[in-house]
Write a new protein. Structure first.
Length: 137
């Protein structure tokens, strides 16, 4: 008897793609999971967002967070932090600040990782004054 993949096994593959920084493959496995009739949970979406972050695909990370919300899932701080990391890696401070505000509007508590990602986004963009402003937040 063969076993069929389930949410846990698909999420493990997506997480492996994330660790390898392969966002295209993570997104492909997320789609394969849905094609198999399984609804990705927040863990699967967060793993795929992490893959986008590691590969520098901030737009892809944002699309995945929005897809999770559309699927009636509620992103948590870990999911938002993965998205913030993708913005930080690209030096996109405007998007980092936007998503930090979204995190707060969702009644979540930003943590040290959240703020460090925003600071890193300014640093990557060469905006040291912007980075310093966020030290007081």
């Amino acid at each position: 008897a063969t076993l069929s993949p389930n949410k846990v096994s698909y999420t493990a593959v997506i997480d492996s793609c994330a660790k390898a920084g392969d966002s295209a493959e993570a997104r492909r496995w997320l789609a394969t999971m849905m094609d198999a009739g399984l609804s990705p949970d927040l863990f699967a979406y967060t793993a795929a967002v992490g893959a986008c972050a590691r590969s520098g695909d901030a737009a892809g990370a944002a699309e995945l967070v929005e897809a999770a919300i559309f699927a009636r899932l509620t992103p948590d701080v870990v999911c938002y932090n993965a998205l913030l990391d993708s913005c930080a890696r690209q030096g996109d401070s405007a998007q980092a600040v936007r998503w930090l505000h979204e995190l707060v509007e969702a009644r979540l508590q930003p943590d040290e990782i959240s703020y460090n990602a925003v600071i890193k986004s300014y640093s990557r963009a060469g905006d040291i004054a912007g980075a310093v402003r966020w030290l007081d937040e």
